[in-house]
Design a protein around this ligand. Structure first.
Ligand code: UDP
Length: 335
């Protein structure tokens, strides 16, 4: 059985779905602070053979964790549960350090107690901070510039120590910009409030929505807007399945970038959204958003070599699936 923390959230739910479809027994552990019950209903419907369970619980509550770990024979954990908004982490670092770091420490302690020795962890490119070279490989210095990035880096360090001392093996996946939705539109990105680029552009095309705001057009990039590496959610999830298999085969603790090695500017993404939606989208130009580095592009060679991972989908694929999902979400909101 695989324990998926944060399985009611965007990335966690797509991963839980892929695990269920692969025939794994899955238990989702989520406090529903940002995840959705509706997402869990979808997972339940997909898991027709009863290989899915949900436990509402909080990582800060050790009793909740004991319940999760004693509920079945857990062989590995995939850990997504975390707060993940950079801006909020600057305003309320205590919330981020407590939830992300203390919560993970409780999880790791529960793993020790119940003899579970494999964990795949959702880390982030934000652990690198302001890049000193592009593309960013895994040897790039890790100097996060906000509490969110610090909280994820602290967890990576804790995981190294837990390997050395207690033999808990971890794979840390450093995500670049995750985009898109399930290609059958069963799940997708659903944040409240939404802060990410692609859903915000797409949302602005629906009635009564906010005009899309483009943050910063004076960066030192080819068109003045920030460059990011957009990795498709389904490709990203595949890397989690490969990481799990890697650990099951006795793989050592390691960490990998998940990105495409291709950068796209905000303006390029915007133009592609206009093409996919076949709409002229209104845009309001705004000053730079605090804490946004000009460029973030992954060198993904290591994940390809060691995990045998190959991202297959294009940015256009991600925008198409995100748009299909957004239409469904809007219909749901308006019904
Ligand atoms: N961005 C934007 N408008 C938005 C949301 C994002 O112009 O409504 C820009 C943001 O400033 C950054 C890029 O899009 O340059 C990607 O931002 P996002 O929040 O999607 O991901 P991040 O790179 O911060 O993880």
């Amino acid at each position: 059985m695989i324990l998926v923390t944060g399985g009611a959230g965007y990335i966690g739910s797509h991963c839980a779905m892929a695990l269920i479809e692969k025939g794994y027994d899955v238990i989702v552990f989520d406090n529903l602070s940002t995840g959705h019950l509706k997402t869990l209903e979808t997972l339940k419907n997909i898991a027709r053979s009863n290989n899915f369970n949900f436990l509402k619980g909080d990582l800060l509550n050790t009793e909740n964790l004991n319940k999760a770990f004693s509920s079945g024979n857990i062989e590995a954990v995939i850990h997504f549960a975390a707060f993940s908004q950079v801006g909020e982490s600057v305003k309320d670092p205590a919330k981020y350090y407590r939830n992300n770091i203390c919560g993970t420490l409780n999880l790791l302690d529960a793993m020790r107690k119940y003899n579970v020795d494999k964990i795949v962890f959702s880390s982030t490119a934000a652990t690198y901070g302001e890049p000193v070279r592009i593309p960013i490989d895994e040897t790039h210095p890790q100097n996060p510039i906000n509490p969110y990035g610090f909280s994820k880096l602290a967890i990576e360090k804790i995981m190294d120590d837990f390997d050395r001392a207690y033999n808990i093996k971890s794979v840390r996946l450093r995500y670049f910009n995750v985009a898109g939705a399930d290609s059958k539109s069963r799940l997708g990105e659903w944040h409240e409030p939404e802060t990410h680029l692609i859903p915000n552009i797409l949302k602005s095309t629906f009635a009564n929505s906010k005009t899309f705001q483009m943050f910063g057009t004076d960066y030192d990039t080819k068109d003045g807007t920030c460059v990011r590496d957009y990795i498709n959610i389904e490709d990203l999830v595949q890397a989690h399945l490969l990481s799990l298999e890697y650990l099951k085969k006795g793989g050592k603790t390691d960490f990998f970038n998940l990105g495409t090695k291709t950068g796209n500017t905000v303006k390029e993404v915007f133009t592609l959204c206009e093409k996919v939606t076949a709409k002229d989208i209104s845009v309001e130009t705004k000053p730079r958003r605090e804490g946004d580095p000009a460029q973030l592009v992954a060198d993904n060679t290591k994940a390809k070599q060691i995990l045998g991972w190959r991202p297959e989908k294009t940015l256009e694929d991600s925008i198409k699936s995100a748009f299909q999902w957004e239409k469904k979400l809007q219909a749901q909101i308006n019904s």
